[in-house]
Design a protein around this ligand. Sequence first.
Ligand code: SF4
Length: 421
Amino acid sequence: MTFHPDTLCPFCGLGCGDIAIDRDESGIVPRPTGCPQADRLFRRSAVVPTDARMSGAAVSCDVAIAEAVRLLGASRAPLIAGLAADVDGVLAALSLAERIGATVDHERSDALFRNLTVLRRFGWSVTTLAELRNRCDLVLVAGPDPAAAFPRLWERWVAPEPAFVPGGARSVVFLGGQPLPETVQCLGSRIEESGLDGSAGQDLASIVGRLRTALAGRTAEDDPMTALAARLRAARYAVVIWAAGLFDGPQPDLIVEGLVRLVRSVDGTTRCAGLPLSGADNLIGANQACGWRTGFPLRTGFDGGAPLHDPERFAWQARLRDADVTLWVSAFRPEIPPFTTDGAVIMLAPPEMAVTPEPALFIPVGTPGIDHGGDVFRADSVVALHADGLIDRGLPSVADVIGRMLMALDQPTTVKEAAGC
Ligand code: SF4
C-alpha cells in the first residue's frame, strides 16, 4: 500500500490540493474528503479494459484510430464536443478541428456563456478565490447554493478566518436561496440573518432587482432590503458569488446582468466584486485554450477555413443536429449528458464509462490527475494547476490519441505505424 498526500483534485474547478489517496495492487481509493465528487471520481480499479470498441466489438487502438481518421476525414459537418480534457488535450482537439473544419464546444459551456454574454455587454468587476478567502468580510450568495456544483467551496474558501480582515470577522448572507441546505453548516455563526426568509419561492431576478432598488435608496426604511443595502455599503470588501449554471428560468443571463450592475453600484464607495463560478472538467481551461489559439471563446467553428465564433449557432446542442460525425471527449468522468444524433459518434472516455447506445467507436483514455499528469484551470480563471498522475493503467491521454489521429490524417499511407497505441 502506498499513500499520496496532498493530491490535487482536477474535477469541479476549485482546485483542492489536499486529497489523500491510498494505492495498492487493486487500484486507488481516496480517504473520505467530504466531497461526493472526489470520493467517487478518485476511486479507480487498477485493471480496466484498454481495448477500443468498434460498434461494440473489441478492436485494437490502431484499428480504432484508423477508422476515426476515415470518419473524420470524410465528414462534411464534424463536431468536437464534450471537450472535457486537460489543456494539452484541448489544444490537440483544436488542432484537429482546424484540420478537418470542425466546430468545438465544451459540454458545460452553458454556464460559462450565461456569464460571458453579460461580460460582453457591460464588462464586469470580478475577483478570485484567494481574494475571497483572504480579504472579503461580507459574502453575498445569489441564488441556489453554489456548493451543489462546488462541494467544498464553503469549507475551503469561506469558513477559514480571512488573513487580511482586522479581527477576522466575515459574514455570509444568502439571497434567494432559502431554505439553506446542509452544505452550509460548516459556516456556523458566519451565516448572517438577513430577514429575507419571506423571499423563499420568489424568482431571483426580482429579488436582485429589489436589492438594486434598495441600493438606489428607493425602498422603505423597514424593508429588509434597505438593511442589506446598508450592510453592503458598510462592508470593507464584499464579494457577490453566483453559479449561473444552477439558475432556473428562461433568461438566466438577466440575473447575471442584475448582479453585475449591483456590484457596480456598490464598488467605488466601498470595495465590491463578483465571483461568477463555472468550470468543472476544465471548462475554463478549454475556453482559455480556445482564446489563445483562435482569439475567440468556445463555440467556434472552422468550417469556413478560418475560425468563426457564434455562441448560439455553434453551441454543441444546436450543432449536434447537423453533425454527421461527433467526436465526444470526456476524460474526467465516466459519464456524459444524454444526447441523440443521426451522425456517427466517436467517444474518447474513461474505460469505466457505460454508454447507451454504443457509439460507432469507443476509445478508452486516461483521466488527467489519475492516469497521467495534466494542466487544468481553476474556476476563477486566473490559476492553472498541474495535477500529477497517480497510477499507470496503460491508458493514453486525449492529447496522445488525437495527436495520433492528426499524424494519420497528414500521412494516410502510414496510418498503422502512426496510430500505434
Ligand atoms: S470541491 Fe471540487 S476540487 Fe474540491 S475535492 Fe470536491 S470536486 Fe475536487
